[in-house]
Ligand binder design. Structure first.
Ligand code: RP5
Length: 162
């Protein structure tokens, strides 16, 4: 499975790198680039075309402010697009609304403001539908997560007794 990650600016990277960390953790082949729907539309179109040819199954697009990037990526590909609203202005509410309010017939799966980690996990889940190894890795991830909650609860109960 291959995932293509694009963001509108280098200022998006501190958040978007959390998506890349998850893809690395799951051993998912990926590409990352900065390309803007407004500032570099032709570069964006070239990236989407190149990634389709390279076999990308899912696109993750992160942008802030007038966040048209995920929607424009969706207009350029028939692969699923996951949009990550980023808090570049107005706490990210502008980007959230811009990304989530896609016109009928043109979906973008939108995660929370700053939700780059969940975007990558969702991409992994999409890939896991047809990849048993990825499905097993995701199952193990969920089990580790549940075990972590149990540990926190046990610690809380111990502290309350002390
Ligand atoms: C958006 O504008 C980018 O995705 C970024 O979140 C925001 C601000 O960009 P810079 O001015 O930091 O380059 O297009």
């Amino acid at each position: 499975m291959r995932v293509a990650v694009v963001m509108g600016s280098d200022s998006d990277w501190p958040v978007m790198q959390k998506a890349v960390e998850i893809l690395q953790e799951f051993g998912v082949e990926h590409a990352v680039t900065i390309a803007s729907a407004h500032r570099t539309p032709e570069k964006l179109a070239r990236f989407v075309r190149a990634e389709e040819e390279a076999g990308a199954a899912v696109f993750i697009a992160g942008a802030g402010a007038a966040a048209h990037l995920p929607g424009v990526v969706a207009s350029l590909t028939e692969k699923p697009v996951i949009g990550v609203p980023l808090a570049a202005s107005l706490g990210g509410l502008d980007a959230l609304l811009a990304i989530v309010q896609m016109p009928s017939g043109m979906p973008v799966a939108t995660v929370a403001i700053g939700g780059a980690k969940n975007a990558a996990l969702l991409a992994v889940q999409i890939g896991a539908v047809r990849d048993e190894n990825l499905a097993a890795a995701f199952h193990a991830y969920r089990q580790r997560q549940a075990a972590g909650v149990e540990e926190k609860d046990e610690r809380l109960q111990r502290e309350r007794k002390a």
